[in-house]
Write a new protein. Sequence first.
Length: 253
Amino acid sequence: MSSTLHTARLVEGLREQTGGFVRAVAGKPQDTRVPTCPEWPLRTLVGHVGQEHRWAAELVRKGEQLPVPDPWEADPGTPDDWAGWLREGADDVIRALGETGADTVVQTFLGPRPAVSWLRRMLSDTCVHHYDAAHATDTAFEVADDLAAEVLSEHLELLAAPAWETLRPAAAELRGHGERIGFRPPSGAGWVITRTPGGVRWRRGHADADTVVSAAVADLLLVVNRRIPPEDARVTVTGDRALLDHWLTHSAL
């Protein structure tokens, strides 16, 4: 599936989430532990986000897959440099997309796809890491509903891609025999996941499901990305809880 958002909104979204990330890390100690990335101090999380943006920009420009960089080798500079360095990375992705063209086919880890796929991937990862930083520094996490929905859909799109099991063999455990999990926000279309013998299938909308997870869109995003547990007070789970737990165990990106 392709994005339901225009490229201009994806650009805005990347800038919004990068800005939120910047505010979450501003003035915080470099060695602050990041509980949702348990091996990383805050400096490594900052380095990863800025490094990833620059890597994606280079991928878009060259049109070919490049080695994944090591976040421990990223150098974001001193904390005083972080804001400018992070914003420069996001702008580099946006600039590269403008130079290449959003519809130009480039290589991704799932094979040839439009260059805008890298903008969506960077929006998704930046949004999730924005939460990581906000949680670590006791800062408010905010994401607009349309962006949260986009990030959740992009996550499911990756899991349903035929090439994903090659990259993440554990994803083969997500195959099933028609079991359904529904993710339902208070209003608007939700998401229905079906586990089939051939892999994961999903669509927007509502349908009967074996397990239903109900919450605000941003909180559904955090559940799907294993940032908050299904027991969180903001989340309601009905139906087969074991099915949900199994899904979350094997659906990490």
